[in-house]
Every structure is written in C-alpha cells, then in structure tokens.
Design a protein around this ligand. Structure first.
Ligand SMILES: C[S@@+](CC[C@H](N)C(=O)[O-])C[C@H]1O[C@@H](n2cnc3c(N)ncnc32)[C@H](O)[C@@H]1O
Length: 337
C-alpha cells in the first residue's frame, strides 16, 4: 500500500488567507500596539479597538490560536515576537510591509486569475490610474508608509550586505532607489569610513533625510535626487540596487545595469539585492510569488534567477560576477567592473 495521502497542506494553503487577513486586520487595528503597555482583559481591549461584541472574542482567541497573542487569566498579551516586531511604539516595528499588504495587495491579489490570463497589472493601472510609484507617492502619508515598508522588508538583507560585502576595500557607496535609506544606513553604521548616500526620486528626500538624521549620519550620507531612466547615475566605488530591477521589464533592467556600469570606476562593484530565484526555479517560493506580485503591480516587472542576473551583468561588461545568499529569501548578485 502506498503512503496515506493527506490533504492538510492543500487545505492550509487554500484557507491561508483567513489567518493572513486576521493578522493584517490586527495590525491595522493596532492590537499589538495597544497591548504594548501590558496585558488587557477582553472587554477593555474590545472597547479600545472599537470592536463589535459579536466579533471580539473570536478575533482575539483566533490570534491566540494563531500564535500571535498569549492569554493568561482572561488577559490578552503580545508574544515576544509580536511585541518586538508589531508594536508601532517600538523602533523594531516592521509592520510597514504588512500594512501595505493589507491596504493594497490583499485586494489586488483577488484578481490574480485575471492577471494570469491577461498578463496585465491588477492595481490602480487596471482602471486607467497611475503606475505603482505615482499611486504610492500621491500623498505624503502613503509615501512615508511605502518607504517605511521597504525598510522593514529589506532590513535583514541590508544588515547582511553590510556584513558580507568587503566595503573595507572601497570608499564610497550610493544606493540607487534606496527609499528611506535602509541599506546606506546599515552600510554606514557598519563601516565608519564609507561616505555616499541614496539616489532616488526627488519626492523621497525628506523621508530619507529624516531617517539618516535619526542615526546621525547626515554628514556622511547625502541625497541625490533624480530619475534613473532620465539621468545618469551618480559616481561611486560601489553602487547597489535593492528590489529595483524586479520592478522593470528586461530592456529596462538592462538599461539600469548599463547605467550602473558606466558610473563605476574600474574595479568598482554593483550589488543587486532581490529575492533571487534559485536557478532551478523550484525552491524559492517567496521569490516566485514576488514575481507574481510584480505581475500584479507593474506592466513588465519580474523577479529572476541568479544565473539570469549574472548573464545581464556580464553582457554589460562586468568582468566578475557571483551570487551570495543574504537572509531568508534574499540574495545578492555582485558584479565587479
Ligand atoms: C521597491 S522600492 C525598493 C527600495 C529599497 N531599495 C529596498 O530594497 O528596500 C523601489 C525604489 O525605487 C525608487 N524609484 C522608482 N522609480 C524610480 C526612478 N525612475 N528613478 C529613481 N528612483 C526610482 C522608488 O522611489 C523606491 O524607493
């Protein structure tokens, strides 16, 4: 007799959106922030969040059963993880990406089947609205939320880039499309001799400068305003692009790599950070799903394997290329000119 087949994995994945949306709503309602001052009984927590009597008990107990809250003597409390990562009052808060998942992606992903059939984005673009960055940057609150989301999403990888790349051999580093500045800040913190900054759209400047200032790094990190499709890239010994190339189609990816090549000195390096898909395209589910997210959010973007990226770098003239794993689903592809 063959092994007994079980539907558990299929059912868990199929109904995964229940748990996902329950957690995203808890973040939206700031459950973990309200519990940041200490445990609360059901009625107090329900009143503070303005929840209906019918929903609150099941909602809080579901969060307990999902491992996101603890419950003792009728009092709800954060777990060590939710206290650290999901309490907005803490500097370690990393719910920004999850707020974006709740506000934008959750609904857009409802139209995944249409995206699969048409190859067309399913965000604001679907109804003749603006592209991802124009939509996200249309008001300062959304802009800041998006840029903060990027910092949270990329933090673990950025810490690893700063730790693994031999910055001691270089003097200057500029991150291209650096958003709030997550990567340049980690590099500058780990390498006090490095100067550089962030090249991004002009509208990003105040959010970057406030973030760099909060680490006392404004003397070493400068903002370089510009549009990477319209202008040349600033010169530095090391340029990096984190989650940039996956937003664009193949021709645009290659144009950006060429611009980076032109801006580097001989011996300079380009670091590409992405949820790089394994060359066999069978393991990095997050990278593959990220690519589907690019299908939903952009006209031509897609994620890619390390082998594909190395090929584009070599085509642009980089003489040495390699892939190194960073953290979780993220890796970097390094090209040396
Ligand atoms: C997906 S975010 C990546 C942020 C960050 N590098 C990271 O990995 O977390 C893309 C970034 O590219 C910037 N960007 C988009 N279009 C741009 C353009 N045409 N010129 C310069 N920067 C651009 C955005 O403002 C944003 O900061």
């Amino acid at each position: 007799m063959g092994e007994q087949l079980k539907p558990d994995k299929i059912m868990q994945l199929g109904m995964g959106f229940w748990g996902s949306k329950t957690m995203l709503s808890a973040i939206e309602l700031e459950v973990f922030t309200h519990l940041g001052h200490g445990p609360l009984p059901l009625s107090t927590l329900r009143d503070r969040l303005g929840l209906h009597e019918r929903s609150a008990h099941d909602f809080f107990d579901a969060l307990v059963a999902l491992g996101l809250l603890d419950k003792n003597d009728g009092h709800y409390a954060n777990t060590p993880e939710t206290a650290h990562f999901l309490d907005k009052a803490r500097p370690s808060y990393m719910g920004g990406m999850l707020e974006m998942a709740n506000n934008r992606l959750y609904r857009f992903w409802g139209d995944l089947t249409a995206a699969l059939k048409t190859g067309l984005p399913q965000n604001e673009l679907k109804h003749g609205g603006p592209g991802l960055f124009e939509a996200v940057y249309e008001n300062p609150a959304k802009l800041e939320q998006f840029l903060r989301a990027m910092t949270g999403l990329s933090m673990a990888a950025n810490v690893e880039v700063a730790r693994q790349f031999p910055f001691d051999q270089y003097k200057t580093h500029i991150d291209i499309g650096g958003a709030q500045g997550g990567l340049p800040v980690q590099v500058a913190l780990a390498h006090p001799h490095i100067t550089g900054g962030n090249f991004d759209l002009p509208v990003v400047r105040p959010v970057f400068e406030a973030y760099a200032k909060s680490f006392n790094l404004l003397d070493r990190l400068k903002f370089h305003p510009g549009n990477f499709f319209e202008e040349e890239l600033p010169r530095a010994d090391v340029l990096s692009m984190g989650h940039i190339l996956h937003d664009w189609n193949l021709e645009e990816k290659k144009a950006l790599i060429r611009k980076a090549y032109n801006a580097l000195p001989d011996g300079g390096a380009l670091i590409v950070v992405e949820s790089i898909i394994d060359d066999d395209r069978s393991q990095n589910a997050f990278g593959l799903l990220m690519s589907l997210n690019m299908l939903i959010e952009t006209p031509g973007g897609f994620d890619f394997t390390g082998a594909a990226c190395r090929g584009w770098l070599e085509e642009a003239g980089f003489r040495e290329t390699r892939v190194a794993h960073l953290a979780g689903p993220d890796s970097m592809v390094i090209g040396i000119k």
